[in-house]
Write a protein that binds this ligand. Structure first.
Ligand code: SF4
Length: 405
């Protein structure tokens, strides 16, 4: 009882969460229905989902599903199904949980994802997704389409842009042939407009966290981002993002923060440990530590509106955080620290995600040099709790807090 009361005191629950749950429930039902109709695409998180949506396909996001596997604390078990098939523990735990749950859906949360008819991968987040989807293709028979987006170092050369644009056109042809359909320009405009509106509302809620005290904490944002990741382009998610923004603005007007006694403001870098998301952030909330910004949930930004939507897609989907060089990552972190008035930063070195975690030790020093605030690197995993040493992490965070205090 005492610990429940202290949880209540440290952290404020969002009232809009019930609408979020309804929105996600609808997403699952729609995906199931699409699969039954033979029209379901599994897509990676940085895929230009507006195209399959405009071609009337349903979509499911295996990365989001595997985050659910993590949050239900069955990561080791479901990853283990893939390990039994011969996949190494070194492979990303999203991929392992995705392959494991495809192989043994009845032993996985929610009975696994509905069966896909196509697998759409974009390597703007990593190369692992292609191998992962190829493994799923062997299990389900669904064909894989890869949208190849070469990494962007500084400016994107024009031949890169043309190459990615050709990839988008090939995607339209591929889906047209697979589903005997075509892309209507009006429908693409409508989906792109809904996508832009959702991203705009989402960005406003993120930017409201510049305010002191911050109206949202890290766990709030990681849960609230789900519809903008998986359903951007659908009109009905706007209702949820309007409700979230209203709540965020209401908190600001009343001087209420996400945590009750904000003392230290930190930046979070990388995916969170899903199996410990509340315990970890609420534990720090009790000590007055809030995370008003993070590099992950800020990845869904930008407008798709314009005369040539495919060109806007080339810009947005080529320039996602993980497809850019170390310099851009340091710029992003330093910018967030300055704009959100942060006192320090925590970099989660995720064993699974080499693309996100590689170079963090170097970036840590560069970010401190640029901003003057201290940071710490902690190690672990987002789904596989076997790779998470809580005591070691606590010691490192304690050291950071002492430096700031
Ligand atoms: S390696 Fe990283 S970016 Fe790729 S699927 Fe795994 S977590 Fe996502």
């Amino acid at each position: 009882m005492a610990s429940n009361e202290s949880k209540e005191r440290a952290y404020r629950k969002l009232e809009s969460s019930s609408l979020l749950q309804q929105t996600m429930f609808r997403y699952m039902l729609e995906a199931q229905a699409a699969s039954e109709e033979g029209k379901l695409a599994w897509v990676t998180s940085g895929f230009p989902v507006e195209i399959p949506l405009a071609m009337n396909l349903g979509v499911s996001y295996p990365e989001q599903y595997t985050a659910v596997v993590g949050s239900q604390k069955v990561g080791p078990e479901v990853c283990g199904f893939a390990e039994e098939l011969g996949y190494s523990q070194e492979l990303c735990s999203y991929a392992r949980a995705g392959i494991g749950s495809t192989d043994r859906p009845d032993d996985s949360p929610l009975g696994g994802l509905p069966e896909p008819q196509v697998l759409l991968a974009c390597n703007n987040i990593c190369g692992t997704v292609l191998r992962w989807y190829e493994a799923v293709s062997k299990l389900t028979g669904a064909p894989v389409f890869l949208l190849d987006t070469p990494p962007v170092q500084r400016r994107q050369p024009s031949h890169h842009r043309e190459y990615v644009r050709t990839g988008l056109e090939e995607l339209i042809d591929f889906l047209g042939e697979e589903f005997d359909t075509s892309l209507e320009e009006d429908k693409l405009q409508e989906v792109a407009s809904n996508s832009t509106k959702a991203i705009d509302l989402w960005t406003k809620s993120l930017e409201a966290c510049k305010h002191k005290p911050s109206p949202l904490n890290c766990a709030d944002r990681f849960l609230a981002m789900a519809p903008v990741v998986s359903m951007r382009g659908k009109e009905h998610i706007l209702e949820y993002y309007e409700a979230l923004l209203n709540e965020v603005e209401g908190r600001i007007q009343q001087g209420m923060g996400a945590i009750r006694d904000e003392k230290i403001r930190l930046l979070w870098d990388n995916i969170p440990p899903w199996f410990s998301i509340y315990k970890f952030f609420n534990g720090l909330a009790k000590r007055g530590v809030v995370f008003p910004a993070d590099t992950y949930t800020h990845a869904w930004t930008g407008s798709l509106e314009g005369e040539d939507i495919l060109n806007r897609m080339v810009d947005i989907y080529s320039n996602v955080y993980l497809n850019r060089g170390l310099r851009a990552k340091v710029d992003k972190m330093a910018g967030l620290i300055e704009e959100y008035h942060l006192d320090g930063f925590v970099m989660f070195s995720v064993r699974s995600c080499k693309r996100y975690s590689l170079g963090q030790l170097v970036s840590k020093d560069l970010v401190t040099e640029r901003t003057g605030v201290p940071g710490v690197v902690i190690e672990g995993d987002m789904v596989d709790s076997r790779l998470f040493n809580e005591a070691q992490i606590e010691t490192r965070i304690d050291a950071l807090i002492e430096m700031i205090e």
